[in-house]
Ligand binder design. Structure first.
Ligand SMILES: [Zn+2]
Length: 368
């Protein structure tokens, strides 16, 4: 049985004003427990001290269960062995007949109801995700033990999750929660060391401010096919602790790329404006390619320094050191070749301080 069966909140402050003793303590389980029981005093102290973004990491039981069922339902649907027990039980073994029935019924419900929906764009999936995050400390989602724990989700979903919960808790949650906490513990020192500078730089590049609210990061075993995604209003990041693309110093880039979704309006607006003036169609996902490029370039020296200080200053124009996510994962080779060209030619000079934001966007749009 894990120590905290229903999830936990861990804060990473980009500002170091609370003092190193608290910062260091943030990642011990004792402090996590303290945060859970004393959130009010912490929030007051923090809001006075932290005008820059604060990541709030969660490893929540219900969202992890939800994503696990979604993943299993999708993989079951896409595999030829649609009805095989092995597909239904992916990653889960030694079930009793009762557990097997509850788990199979939950997977079947997810297959029918959610497997076709995209976690990252379906409003229904986003609302369910946010709600499950908000109710992560509840023992059940129907308010059976505590009235305030009635999450108001569709009845069938509540019933399904409540029925699958004991199976998940007994067989998978401990492993998932441990991986989530490990991931948080690994990324936290990187954020503490570099977060303040990165946050300042990104806000400066996008000519905007970070939202004052804490940025909630839900760490889950699975987080969509891309390994991480972000939803807006409210700004929330979801990151997979298991995904190979999110490990080591790469986690820092993933985290700041995702959070940058919340401050990218200026880029989208500028691209839109330029296109309208030139009566050109808006280049699909140019803003997103720009976000990948920018986070990669901003994080690169920091990440390189973290892994191999001796090579930190070498070959600024090539990728002999840290390789940004979009390059590593071949995003520019899958239809974004022209975007890489204009980003390198017209956006990089802006990052280097040689042209203005507006001129850079105007050049990119006109060159496409
Ligand atoms: Zn993105």
């Amino acid at each position: 049985m894990p120590l905290y069966p229903f999830g936990a909140t861990i804060f990473v402050l980009l500002m170091r004003l609370l003092g190193t003793s608290i910062c260091r303590a943030l990642f011990s389980f004792v402090c996590t427990l303290w945060l859970l029981f004393a959130p009010t005093s912490f929030t007051q102290e923090e809001s006075a001290a932290a005008p820059l973004p604060v990541y709030e990491f969660h490893s929540g039981f219900w969202l992890n269960l939800h994503h696990t069922l979604y993943r299993v339902a999708r993989s079951q649907r896409s595999s030829s062995s649609a009805t095989s027990p092995a597909a239904v039980n992916a990653g889960i073994a030694n079930l009793s007949p009762g557990e097997q029935r509850a788990w199979s019924a939950a997977v079947a419900f997810y297959s029918k109801t959610y497997a076709d929906k995209d976690l990252t764009v379906s409003l229904e999936m986003i609302l369910v995700k946010n709600q499950l995050g908000d109710f992560e400390t509840c023992e059940d989602l129907a308010g059976l033990k505590k009235k305030s724990c009635d999450a108001g989700l569709p009845a069938k979903l509540t019933e399904t999750l409540n029925a699958a919960a004991p199976v998940y808790r007994a067989h998978l949650w401990q492993e998932h929660d441990r991986a989530n906490r490990r991931w948080i513990a690994a990324v936290a020192p990187l954020v503490r060391r570099n977060g303040l500078d990165l946050a300042h730089r990104l806000a400066e590049i996008y000519q905007t401010n970070w939202p004052r609210e804490r940025i909630r990061v839900d760490v889950t075993s699975y987080a969509s096919a891309t390994g991480a995604y972000t939803t807006l209003d409210p700004l929330r990041v979801t990151v997979s602790s298991f995904d190979a693309r999110n490990q080591g110093t790469e986690a820092l880039e993933v985290l700041f790329h995702e959070a940058s979704h919340g401050i990218a309006d200026s880029v989208q607006d500028a691209i839109f404006r330029e296109c309208r003036q030139r009566e050109k169609p808006i280049p699909r996902d140019l803003w997103h390619a720009l976000l990948f490029y920018t986070t990669g370039e901003v994080v690169r020296p920091v990440a390189q320094n973290a892994t191999d200080p001796a090579r930190a200053t070498s070959s600024a124009g090539s990728y002999s050191g840290y390789v940004p996510y979009a390059v590593r994962e071949g995003l520019y080779k899958r239809g974004w070749e022209n975007y890489l060209r204009v980003l390198t030619q017209y956006w990089q000079p802006y990052l280097d301080g040689n042209v203005t934001f507006e001129d850079s966007i105007a050049h990119m749009v006109s060159a496409l």
